[in-house]
Every structure is written in structure tokens, then in C-alpha cells.
Design a protein around this ligand. Sequence first.
Ligand SMILES: [Zn+2]
Length: 102
Amino acid sequence: MFMHEPGRKTALTKSHTHACAVCEQQIPQQMLMCGPHWRLVPPQQQLTVYRLWNQLHRAPTRSKAYERIWAEYLQARDAAIESVRKSLGETPTADPGHPEGA
Ligand SMILES: [Zn+2]
């Protein structure tokens, strides 16, 4: 859920490294995941994340457009992370794949 405008943009513009969204691997800030994990993201989701990321960098900070793109980016990012977790066999929430009385 998008609750607050981040206010700080350090995480987006500095050339620091940060941890992969799925594991502890240190990666460049502009990347969401390390290579092996990123390759588990479906191509369509990769494109969406790339597209929003690029839009984010073109949008004026603190503009309405920036906030909207940022919210969309967070959703796309979460979806990508979820795809990877599923690929890895993790089920963070209740397992939906067991219909009872089938
Ligand atoms: Zn990783």
C-alpha cells in the first residue's frame, strides 16, 4: 500500500548499493534484484518495472506525476518480487493451492 510520499529521494539517485529485494546480495541502486533473481521475473513484469523506473527518473520530483509513477512502480516491484518468491517455492501467505474436498 502506498501511504506516504517518500520525501527523500536518496534511494533513487545516489549510486550506492543496496540489497537484492529477495536475497542479501549487494547490487547497484538502480537494480531491483541480483541477476539470478531478476531472471526469474516474467518478461512482462520486467518491462513494466523498467518502464516505470525510467518514467520516474524523467518526472519532476515531488510532482503529482512523480507520486503517481512512484506508486505504480511500488506495485510493479512488489508483483515482481512476489513472482520470484513463487518461483523459489516460497508461500508467504496462506497456500491457495489446496482446495478442500476436491
Ligand atoms: Zn537476489
